[in-house]
Design a protein around this ligand. Structure first.
Ligand code: AN7
Length: 348
C-alpha cells in the first residue's frame, strides 16, 4: 500500500505523536506531460498536475486531511467552512470518514452540481445563503468565535501545510522545480501553499516563477481592491476578497511571478482545448491555469525552452452543467445499424 500524505511528508507537517493518521487516499496525483499542446503552443516542456485525481476530485483533500487530523487531535466534534463547492465536498468527506459533524455555508445558485451532490451525500449540513462566498466566509468567521466548531477554510493554517505537498511531488517527479507554475487563484490559499512548498523543499536547485490567474470578473488582486460582486463562469474562483491575499502577493513578488486574470471566454477556450487536445477534463476554474499560459504566450512571454507546470485543481465531472451548456444538443437516431453507420462513415 502506498504511503498516505500524513505519513509520507510527516517531517514537513505540524503533526505530533498524538495526531491520528487518517486517509482517504489523497495526494500522489499524476503529473502528465502534454503531448499536443506543448508543440502547438511552442513550449519546451508542459505538464499538468492532475489534482482532480484526489478522492473528492480536487486539491482540497491535501489540506483537509491535515486540518481534520489536527481537529481530531484537539478533540473537536464539528467542522465548518464557507465554500464555492470543493472545500465543502472535501470537508464533508473527511468529516464523514471520521464521524464529525460538518456544516458548510455555500453561495446559493453558484455551486456546481457535482460539489453539492457530494456535500449532501456525505451527510453535511448544507446551508445555502442568498449571498456570495465572501459573505459566507464572514459568517463562518463570526460563528467560530461563539461556538466550539473547527474552521476548515484555508484560514486554518493546517490546510496550507497539507496543500504545499503538491509542490514536493512536482519536484520529486521532475527531479527539480519547473521554471514556471501556472495556477488558478480564488481565495489564494493554494498559490500560498505551493510557494511555501517550493521554498521549503531542499531537493530542488531553483524555484519556479509563480503565475497566478484570477477570473476577469473576480480579480481583486489584479485590480488592487475588493470586488463586491464577483462574476465568472468559473464558480470555484468567484471570490471578491481572498483570505490569503498577502500570501499570493508574497508568492508573486518573491518568485518574480505574475498575478493576472483571464476572461470567461479564455477560460472556456482553455477548458475545451485541455479536454479535446489532451484528454484531460478539468473544471472551468482549473482551466484558468492553461488560459494563463496561452495569454502569456500571446503577450510575448518566451516559453520555448521552459519547463512549465499547470495545476489542474479539480475534475470537470464536478460541473456537468458547464460541459453541456456549450455542447450542441444530441440528435436522436433510430435504433438501426444503417442510420448509425451512415453517420460514422460520413465522419471517418
Ligand atoms: C477547482 O472550495 O475556494 O486560490 O471554497 O475549487 O486556494 O482558493 C475553491 C477554490 C481553484 C482556487 N480551483 O483555489 C472552495 C474554494 C478549484 C477550486 C480554486 C478553487 P484558492
Amino acid at each position: 500500500m502506498r504511503a498516505c500524505l500524513l505519513e509520507k511528508y510527516r517531517e514537513f507537517l505540524p503533526l505530533t505523536p498524538e495526531t491520528p493518521i487518517i486517509t482517504l487516499g489523497e495526494a500522489d496525483t499524476p503529473l502528465v506531460r502534454s503531448l499536443r499542446l506543448e508543440k502547438e503552443l511552442g513550449i519546451g516542456e508542459l505538464y499538468f498536475k492532475l489534482e482532480g485525481c484526489n478522492p473528492t476530485g480536487s486539491f482540497k483533500d491535501r489540506g483537509m486531511v491535515v486540518a481534520v487530523a489536527k481537529a481530531l487531535e484537539a478533540g473537536s466534534r464539528a467542522l465548518i467552512c464557507a465554500s464555492t463547492g470543493n472545500t465543502s465536498a472535501s470537508a464533508a468527506a473527511y468529516g464523514a470518514h471520521c464521524g464529525l459533524k460538518v456544516f458548510v455555508i455555500v453561495p446559493g445558485g453558484y455551486i456546481a452540481l457535482g460539489k453539492l451532490s457530494q456535500a449532501i451525500t456525505f451527510g453535511a449540513e448544507v446551508l445555502s445563503i442568498d449571498g456570495n462566498f465572501d459573505k459566507a466566509l464572514g459568517m463562518v468567521r463570526a460563528l467560530i468565535q461563539k461556538h466550539p466548531i473547527t474552521l476548515v477554510n484555508s484560514l486554518n493554517l493546517h490546510r496550507i501545510e497539507g496543500q504545499k505537498t503538491a509542490a514536493f511531488e512536482i519536484i520529486d517527479t521532475l527531479g527539480d522545480a519547473p521554471d514556471y507554475l501556472f495556477i488558478p487563484v480564488g481565495n489564494a490559499g493554494n498559490i500560498t501553499a505551493y510557494w511555501r512548498g517550493f521554498v521549503q523543499y531542499q531537493k530542488a536547485s531553483k524555484r519556479p516563477r509563480m503565475m497566478g490567474f484570477q477570473a476577469e470578473g473576480a480579480a481583486p488582486i489584479v485590480r488592487g481592491g475588493v470586488v463586491a460582486e464577483p462574476k465568472t463562469i468559473a464558480t470555484a474562483i468567484r471570490i471578491g476578497n481572498p483570505a490569503s491575499w498577502q500570501g499570493a502577493l508574497a508568492a508573486r513578488d518573491e518568485s518574480s511571478g505574475v498575478i493576472d486574470c483571464v476572461s470567461d471566454e479564455e477560460i472556456l477556450t482553455a477548458y475545451k482545448l485541455l479536454a479535446s487536445e489532451e484528454g484531460i477534463f478539468g473544471e472551468p476554474a482549473s482551466a484558468a491555469s492553461l488560459a494563463g499560459v496561452i495569454k502569456m504566450i500571446k503577450g510575448e512571454l518566451k516559453l520555448s525552452t521552459a519547463r512549465v507546470v499547470c495545476v489542474i485543481t479539480g475534475t470537470g465531472l464536478k460541473d456537468p452543467d458547464t460541459a453541456l451548456k456549450s455542447a450542441p444538443t444530441l440528435a436522436e437516431f433510430p435504433a438501426q445499424l444503417e442510420a448509425v453507420e451512415e453517420v460514422i462513415v460520413s465522419k471517418l
